[in-house]
Write a protein that binds this ligand. Structure first.
Ligand code: SF4
Length: 340
């Protein structure tokens, strides 16, 4: 299917931030070292547009990597005005940006509204104060609630960014954060499991033994119920896991659950749980299963249901050794089972 949406990313690493949060190194995660000028912004948009397929009808510009509303107002205007000609010509449909929850107020949101911003992404990370404190965020959960409400009240799309696995966070805290995020009625969620990046406070704590990152398996297990909660509440999870690091920045990853296929792994585990649960209920029913079980897998999410190298099917076969489990990919909306 042809791509219809595209985001033109403009990275402003740490611009507007009051300090460095314990886990953060935007230089590493954005693969960017220099700060763009408004001319750079304009040239980057022109360059992206020149190579964009005609099928891409929804084009956005995104300012990521810093605290946009913490930048002096004049500079915010300069950046946003660089996008303005493209908005006026209809070549760009909207602007999204990320910022801190404690850098939101009516004046800041009015400025964004005047300049065509459509989506505000809040780096919430956690809805637990002790996690925010240990991560040196410098704001509290009450700032988060207030910011979410104001962003919605001003008519912006709200995206909440969460970071499971931060210092002091338990599995229950992560579930709590997901539940509270759902209550804010966001239009999207990004989930970035915490990893230890070079030069951060977290690296120092990791090296002196006062912080232990999640393993990859722990991170998948922690993110699956979060993903499930958002999915069942029809809230799109627009990102799961950090964007892939290029080769030059691989050394910045010191420890933690970094994997380029992290999002697929979480979604695939979620689908496995769905299948296992459905099979459990199916087998409890009166349906006669003598020889085996055939699963009709929805083609729309077939790869996630089947898993990498058929691992979900193999796991089902291990857990139900009494049945021969077969499957086919069909146009059903959700998995269907057939006793053989
Ligand atoms: S997490 Fe956000 S506020 Fe903290 S240093 Fe990074 S970009 Fe700045």
């Amino acid at each position: 299917m042809a791509k219809t949406h595209a985001t033109i990313p403009i990275f402003i690493p740490h611009l507007g931030c009051p300090h460095r949060c314990a886990f953060c190194s935007q230089i590493s995660t954005s693969n960017t070292t220099s700060m763009p000028t408004d001319t750079d912004v304009s040239e980057k948009i022109t360059s992206y547009l020149s190579t964009m397929p005609v099928s891409v009808i929804h084009r956005e510009v995104a300012f990521f990597g810093g605290s946009f509303t913490g930048i002096p107002s004049e500079m915010q205007r300069d950046y946003l005005q660089a996008v303005d000609p493209f908005l006026k010509k209809g070549e760009i449909k909207g602007i999204r940006l990320s910022t801190r929850p404690d850098y939101i107020d009516n004046g800041k949101l009015s400025l964004l509204r005047e300049h065509g911003v459509t989506t505000v992404e809040l780096g919430v990370q956690s809805f637990k104060n002790h996690v925010l404190e240990q991560s040196r965020r410098g704001h509290s959960v009450s700032d988060v609630y207030a910011a979410c409400r104001q962003v919605k009240d001003h008519g912006f799309q709200l995206v909440i960014q969460l970071m499971p696995g931060l210092p002091g966070e338990s599995v229950e805290d992560a579930i709590h954060s997901a539940k509270e995020a759902v209550k804010q009625d966001p239009d999207g969620i990004r989930i970035y499991p915490a990893i230890v990046l070079s030069g951060t406070e977290l690296e120092r704590r990791y090296r002196d033994g006062t912080y232990t990152p999640m393993t990859l398996e722990e991170a998948i297990a922690r993110c699956v119920p979060m993903y499930e909660m958002f999915t069942t509440n029809n809230i799109p999870v627009i990102r799961l896991g950090l964007h892939p690091f290029d080769n030059a920045h691989q050394d910045a990853i010191i420890a933690g659950p970094y994997h380029t296929a992290f999002g697929f792994m979480v979604k695939s585990r979620y689908r496995y749980r769905q299948l296992a649960n459905d099979i459990f209920n199916y087998c409890k029913s009166d349906i006669n299963i003598s020889e085996g079980l055939h699963i009709h897998i929805p083609e729309v999410h077939a790869e996630e249901y089947i898993g990498h190298r058929r691992e979900n099917i193999l796991m089902l076969q291990r857990n139900y050794p009494q049945y021969k489990i077969t499957y086919s990919i069909t146009s059903v909306d959700s998995p269907l089972f057939e006793g053989l």
